[in-house]
Design a binder for this molecule. Structure first.
Ligand SMILES: *Cc1c(COP(=O)(O)O)cnc(C)c1O
Length: 458
């Protein structure tokens, strides 16, 4: 018997979702100036905006929350949380934060100075913004394969080590306070990074005396891809692979809203106690005392339990095949699906899917808005609306490397029939794709413009 994939859980609590009609959705989108971030969630039927914090928790997580210790200092729940991070990621020092961006903000503010450079395979939007906010420069060195949505090598999330080394020599290691690697590479279509590349990236940073920090949000999915795509690791357990991945790093920033399967939370993992103490001062001012970091005791409990569930192999097998299934459904609907599908999301190459829309009219955002109008499906553009910015030196507009539309899948939330519905909507939309218009910005904030910008149809 072959089972394509099956949910390794059953449903105990349900949440009704509301179907709207097309005319209502046209009106709703118009009212929020064509920015899906501003659509009330109640007016969305299938919400694939993000996999961040949108996860369904297990009965064990909910029951762990009931024993949350809400003491200000030294709560039992903190020690459980710390133990889970030690067990699974192997970092001896852990600082909780309210989410991933706070972990980045706290760590960077102690290490990064204006004018310096932070390399990464590809920065996520908040990581990018946290570096920029300090007057420093986020630099991306993904392998070229990441820009080609049609080819499917196994580890398209990798760092291009040659480009990285040229850059380090160009600006000087003394101007690089830390180097990062994002696993999986969210901004490059959720593609994984190989163990070999993690090891070599670490070795390069360390050869130049640069601190190596992993952006760890989807570490469990990355480990699953290593296990299933690299023969040398086929016989290893996910737990072993995860420990090896982190063994090369000096620290990590983590959004627990991803692979710890919770709704809020994050942390910084470190090996250096002195650095932990430096960041602790900052943490106490901005997030809270070092044993809760902006979270309640019950949140810490949910993260601790969720970390173990996130590395469960049955869960990861289901997770990957569920995502792959959506990729197939969208491909069959006629969209150009980025190959191979990642762990947490399916990325559609909107530039290729809507070739008549110029890049500076945001084909990804146009396709996203029309998926909403067509069927109440909310997705997110990962392209020039999100990453386009004025080059500080030349003043010229820099567009994104790819115009992608991301269908992110909340963990343990939607079933296969929800995915089939998304496929039907995509099919209907693709039947009149050539009539979809581009968008232009009528107002934008300085940083992270995609969240708040107002847009109009061209
Ligand atoms: C989500 C995410 C972050 C930021 O985490 P938040 O919890 O949303 O603040 C950082 N890096 C990557 C790769 C992410 O996916």
């Amino acid at each position: 018997m072959t089972i394509p994939f099956i949910e390794p859980f059953r449903i105990k609590v349900v949440e009704p979702i509301k179907m709207t009609d097309r005319a209502e959705r046209v009106e709703i989108l118009d009212k929020v100036k064509n920015n899906l971030f501003k659509v009330p969630a109640e007016d969305v039927f299938i919400d694939l905006l993000t996999d961040s914090g949108t996860n369904a928790m297990s009965d064990r997580q909910w029951s762990a929350m009931m024993v949350g210790d809400e003491s200000y200092a030294g709560a039992k729940s903190f020690y459980k949380f710390e133990q889970a991070v030690k067990d699974i990621l192997g970092f001896p020092y852990v600082l909780p934060t309210h989410q991933g961006r706070a972990a980045e903000g706290m760590l960077f503010s102690k290490l990064v100075k204006a004018g310096q450079f932070v390399p990464n395979n590809r920065h996520f939007d908040t990581t990018h913004a946290n570096v920029m906010a300090l007057g420093a420069h986020p630099m991306d060195f993904s392998v070229d394969a990441a820009e080609d949505s049609a080819i499917d090598p196994p580890f398209k999330g990798n760092m291009d080590l040659e480009k990285l080394e040229v850059f380090i020599n160009e600006v000087g290691a003394e101007n690089i306070p830390l180097g990062m690697l994002t696993i999986t590479n969210n901004s490059a279509a959720g593609q994984p990074v190989s163990m070999d590349n993690i090891r070599k990236t670490a070795a390069m940073y360390h050869r130049y005396g640069i601190l190596f920090i992993i952006d760890a949000c989807r570490f469990a999915e990355n480990a699953w891809f290593i296990k299933t795509r690299d023969e040398a690791y086929a016989g290893k357990s996910i737990r072993e692979i995860v420990l090896e991945m982190f063994s090369y790093a000096d620290g990590c920033t983590m959004s627990a809203k991803k692979d710890a399967i919770v709704n809020i939370g994050g942390f910084i993992g470190l090996r250096d106690e002195k650095l932990k103490l430096r960041i602790s001062e900052k943490l106490i001012i901005h997030e809270g005392f070092i044993t809760y970091g902006g979270l309640s005791g019950r949140d810490l409990e949910a993260v601790a339990q969720g970390l173990y569930e996130g590395v469960d192999e049955d869960y990861l097998r289901y997770r990957e095949s569920h995502t792959r299934y959506l990729g197939k459904v969208l491909q069959d609907a006629g969209m150009h699906v980025y190959q191979p599908t990642g762990g947490h999301a399916v990325y559609v190459d909107a530039g290729k899917t809507l070739p008549h829309i110029p890049k500076d009219q945001f084909p990804g955002a146009a396709l996203a808005n029309m998926m909403y109008v067509e069927g109440g499906v909310r997705t997110v553009e990962i392209g020039s609306l999100m990453f386009g910015h004025k080059d500080p030196a030349s003043g010229e507009m820099v567009l994104a490397k790819n115009e992608l539309l991301r269908f992110a899948i909340p963990r343990r939330v939607y079933t296969r029939s929800h995915l089939d519905y998304v496929g039907e909507v995509a099919k209907d939309l693709m039947a009149h794709a050539d009539t979809i218009r581009g968008l232009r910005i009528t107002w934008e904030p300085e940083l992270l413009r995609h969240f708040l910008a107002d847009l109009e149809w061209v």
